[in-house]
Design a protein around this ligand. Structure first.
Ligand code: C2O
Ligand code: CU
Length: 462
């Protein structure tokens, strides 16, 4: 009986969350609009009621958009929510006008209105989409989905390619989404941390696999603020990409830390024995929790495949000589237990108490609201270095729009390409990128209550 229920459950899941939208290569897909609207989802176990959510296409997550590299995506967003919204295509080096940031690249889309997003995807990899208006509320209510861009040439062969969007929800006792979005306590502390974790909107996500099958798992942290420390059991392999971008060489998989908005592509082999469950495990303060299970049924092959090659690299410009690059400092300050006394708000130096009264608890470069002038104005093609100092008692996930960057490590070497960098309390980190994408681009903390409360700035590429 349990088996039957579980099997039916999985089947239903395939019909919804995993539904694919595959355009033909070479021409824009005339796809159905992407409608954001209130819906109901089964986030919690069967003994609880369904949860009222806001969702793209009526499902949590929204549809997986899967397109070939270089494809054009033309998709009309329709807002059937009770408040204005927009769609941001996170990690895509996109045309600025399509970046989905109200007040910067477009007007917010009013309830009942629509907006045509029309752009090409330059890079293969794992990306995602989410609202960029009141995101601390809209994403907490369930608005997000995956955008997978397929490599043109054969990537290392796998038997199964799964997107796993990991989210945490703050639910009430009857499994409804708790209110209090963007409250001052969440803003000043770790952000909205939930009490219920799902993978693809399912608290017990599961997929049957054969022993020695090779899986590509595309993990993304879609939570407002929770940082996940992930390990696998019975799945052995490599990290092959971070934030969409292939690593130069696959790295043996041990623990993957995902800050909000970060992604990791894994290639793993099922090494658990037939009849056992392989697991994706999240380590919390009080121990490990299985987020997703892979029950092993039978044998896919007799032994593991040979080690995979690296994914084909995306074509990004070289950083060039870093000692000649322009460098700007960015101080991150504020929050509970911080040292910040005051920051600029509306062009006036404002004391912490008065900042908090209007929901501002953080500052970037001394500014507690979106500055009128950009942090930096870059010439197109110029290499820019941003040295960030996290002078707060909290970790932050710094995200740059429209570009991928590399961290400059203390020995002068550079880290992997990323679009979101996790910075620990007290950490100093310097990033470098080629500002080759013209337009106005945000740089902000992806802990959504933090960006709402002042951790947001922008830069201009001429
Ligand atoms: Cu995914 Cu400005 O964010
Ligand atoms: Cu933050």
């Amino acid at each position: 009986m349990t088996q039957l229920t579980r099997r039916r459950f999985n089947h239903a899941l395939l019909g919804t969350a995993a539904s694919l939208w595959v355009p033909q290569a070479g021409r824009a897909a005339t796809a159905e609009p992407l409608v954001a609207r209130p819906a109901r989802a089964r986030l919690a176990p069967a003994e609880y009621p369904e949860t009222d959510v806001w969702a793209y296409g009526g499902t949590v997550p929204g549809p997986v958009l899967r397109v070939p590299q270089g494809a054009r995506i033309a998709r009309r967003f329709v807002n059937e929510l009770p408040q204005p919204s927009s769609v941001h295509w996170h990690g895509i080096r996109i045309d600025n006008a399509m970046d989905g940031v109200p007040g910067v690249t477009q007007d917010a889309v009013a309830p009942g209105d629509g907006f045509l997003y029309d752009f090409t995807v330059p890079d293969a990899g794992t990306y995602w989409y989410h609202p960029h208006n009141r995101s601390w509320e809209q994403m907490a209510r369930g608005l997000y989905g995956a955008l997978v861009v397929e490599e043109p040439e054969a990537a290392p062969p796998v038997d199964l390619d799964e997107v796993l969007l990991i989210d945490d929800w703050r639910l009430t006792d009857d499994a409804q989404i708790a209110g209090g979005f963007g409250n001052l306590h969440d803003r000043a502390h770790a952000g909205r941390i939930g009490n219920w974790i799902t993978v693809n909107g399912d608290g017990a996500w599961s997929r049957e696999v054969g022993r020695f099958a090779r899986l590509r798992l595309r993990l993304a942290n879609t939570a407002n603020a929770r940082i996940f420390a992930l390990e696998t059991r019975g799945l052995e392999g490599w990290v092959v990409a971070l934030d969409g971008m292939p690593l130069a060489a696959p790295e043996p998989l041990k623990r993957v830390t995902l800050a909000p908005a970060q992604r990791a592509d894994l290639i793993v082999d099922v090494t658990a024995e037939d009849g056992v469950e392989a697991l994706l495990v999240s380590f919390e303060r009080d121990g490990g929790y299985a987020l997703a299970s892979f029950p092993v049924r039978g044998v896919a092959r007799t032994a593991r495949r040979p080690d995979p090659a690296a994914l084909p690299p995306n074509k990004l410009p070289d950083l060039g000589p870093l000692d000649q690059a322009r460098r700007v400092d960015l101080l991150m300050e504020g929050g509970a237990m911080g040292r910040m006394q005051a920051a600029m708000l509306d062009g006036r130096m404002t004391e912490m108490r008065d900042l908090a009264a209007v929901g501002k608890t953080w500052a970037l470069g001394g500014m507690a609201d979106m500055p009128e002038a950009p942090l930096i104005e870059a010439a197109r093609g110029e290499t820019i270095r941003i040295a960030m100092t996290n002078d707060t008692a909290w970790p932050h996930a710094m995200h740059l729009h429209g570009h991928h960057f590399r961290q400059i490590l203390t020995d002068g070497s550079t880290g992997p390409l990323r679009d979101t960098l996790l910075m620990d309390r007290g950490e100093i980190a310097e990033i470098a990128f080629v500002a080759d994408n013209p337009g106005d681009w945000l740089l902000h903390c992806h802990m959504l209550e933090h960006s709402a409360a002042g951790m947001m700035t922008w830069l201009r590429v001429a």
